[in-house]
Design a protein around this ligand. Structure first.
Ligand SMILES: Nc1nc2c(c(=O)[nH]1)N=C([C@H](O)[C@H](O)COP(=O)(O)OP(=O)(O)OP(=O)(O)O)CN2
Ligand SMILES: [Zn+2]
Length: 128
């Protein structure tokens, strides 16, 4: 099994609606997103998936978040833009958009809200 990782970053503002504390107020983060893809079959170049291709797909999704107020986006108008919900959103969007061959699939999305706080989202293949 190969496990491949790319990391992308974006900046965005949010507020955690109904949070009993300061995170209820509008504030921003430099988010760091770690994408993990797994699989067993390498292509003719000896790659699971080209880092370049993977980053391109991740960045297409990130473009929709970068420098936005996340609570105003369709995905987070009702769902609180917590690190948990952002991780799942990124996982779902990437699983939809990524052209993967064989048994290659998105394993997990880990999103860092700060250098000390992160959430990792993953799920079994049966729920994809
Ligand atoms: N499980 C989660 N907990 C919290 C989330 C979250 O998304 N998932 N988010 C927040 C807030 O967004 C907040 O901005 C971050 O909280 P926190 O790390 O506590 O804030 P600071 O960076 O200011 O760290 P301090 O240790 O308080 O200085 C809260 N919790
Ligand atoms: Zn926050």
């Amino acid at each position: 099994m190969y496990e491949l990782t790319v990391i992308v970053e974006f900046e965005a503002a949010h507020r955690i609606v109904d949070y009993p504390g300061k995170c209820n107020r509008l504030h921003g983060h430099n988010w760091s997103v770690e994408v993990n893809v797994i699989g067993t079959k390498l292509n003719e170049l000896g790659m699971l998936i080209d880092f370049k291709e993977l980053k391109k797909e991740v960045n297409k999704i990130i473009e929709g978040l970068d420098h936005y107020y996340l609570n105003e986006l369709d995905a987070f108008k009702v769902t609180n833009p917590t690190a948990e919900n952002l991780a799942k959103y990124l996982y779902d969007e990437l699983a939809k958009s990524l052209l993967l061959s064989g048994d290659t699939c998105v394993k997990s999305i880990k999103i860092w809200e700060s250098p000390k706080s992160a959430v990792c989202y993953s799920r079994g293949k049966e729920n994809v």
